[in-house]
Design a binder for this molecule. Structure first.
Ligand code: CP
Length: 313
């Protein structure tokens, strides 16, 4: 198939064929990552800038590892120690960085649309590593890859996304990507944390978590993003946990084998019981492992690589 994208801004509009192409490419990179020397010269000579305006552990480190495993030169930009503090604009920042001869930019920004804005400022490929409440496409892809590893075919798989949907870019990328793959998606949370536009996504909506658990094959559990909430959207963390927190007792009440995903960071004891996050139900660390291979695939394909290539050491 043809993969002609220059940027990865979101999974909205992606086809099943495109997502499968990325997953198959990522599978080849998983083999590379299992070698004694987990590195290929595929992006030798390319320079990737990691431009993070918001905090990150998993995404920043796995992009950097992916770039190093592909032999790219990597540069890390940290907004809090940059000339942004002196008032430099995003446009000036990125145009000055591109003037140093770079090829790709990985960007995380608090403003939805910032990665798209960068595509209007420079010629390099832009990869969205999370923009405000919009999308987090590589997280969506690694979540889908983790389910694809386990279930092979996602057609008809029932995935309930539970928690703070309103503020979640992970939820949006999961909805677009999972629906493209043929999965059924439901959203579950208090009415104040489900956006009004949810109806247009054609998902099921649950306000009772036990009903969502009974329906689902997979629970993708989200963190409550207090840093993005400017008014109280539920009475207290304790009440949220009592009504929507996922516990072993709740799962065993339905006596159902479900798969648990969580994009991290986890607020243990809030959206999920601490023990359950590390239990036999959980694929949370598999998601993190898959993140490196998925990001290698995205970097490789956006730089013009094709899945048919052999990855020699
Ligand atoms: N899932 C995720 O985006 O985690 P980080 O914020 O640590 O990158």
């Amino acid at each position: 198939m043809e993969f002609n994208r220059k940027h990865l801004l979101g999974l909205e509009g992606f086809t099943k064929e495109e997502i499968l192409y990325i997953l198959e490419t990522a599978d080849s990179f998983k083999e590379v990552l299992s070698r004694p020397i987990p590195k290929v010269p595929t992006l030798r000579g390319k320079t990737v800038v990691n431009l993070f305006f918001e905090a990150s552990t998993r995404t920043r480190i796995s992009f950097e590892l992916a770039e190093k495993r592909l032999s790219a030169d990597t540069v890390n930009f940290n907004a809090s120690s940059s000339s942004v503090l002196k008032g430099e604009t995003l446009r000036d920042t990125i145009r000055n960085i591109e003037a140093m001869n770079i090829d790709m930019v990985v960007v995380r920004h608090g403003a939805a649309g910032a990665p798209y804005f960068l595509t209007q400022c420079i010629d390099s490929s832009i990869i969205n590593a999370g923009d405000g409440q919009h999308e987090h496409p590589t997280q969506g892809l690694l979540d889908i890859m983790t389910l694809w590893d386990k279930f092979k075919n996602l057609e008809g798989l029932k995935v309930a996304i539970i928690g703070d949907i309103t503020h979640s870019r992970v939820a949006r990328s999961n909805i677009y990507g999972l629906q493209a793959m043929g999965a059924e998606v439901a959203l579950c949370g208090p009415a104040t944390l489900i956006p009004l536009k949810a109806e247009q996504w054609e998902t099921k909506i649950f306000h009772n978590v036990d009903d969502a658990i009974a329906w689902a094959d997979v629970l993708n559990i989200l963190r409550i993003q207090l840093e993005r909430q400017h008014v109280g959207l539920f009475p207290s963390i304790r009440e949220y946990h009592n009504l929507f927190g996922i516990t072993r007792k709740r799962l065993e009440k339905v006596k159902k084998d479900v798969t648990i995903l969580h994009p991290g960071p986890i607020n243990r004891g809030v959206e999920i019981e601490s023990e359950l996050a590390d239990s036999e139900y959980s694929l949370i660390l598999n998601q993190v492992t898959n993140g490196v291979a998925v990001r290698m695939a995205v970097l490789f394909l956006l730089s013009g690589g094709r899945a048919t290539e052999n990855f020699e050491e």
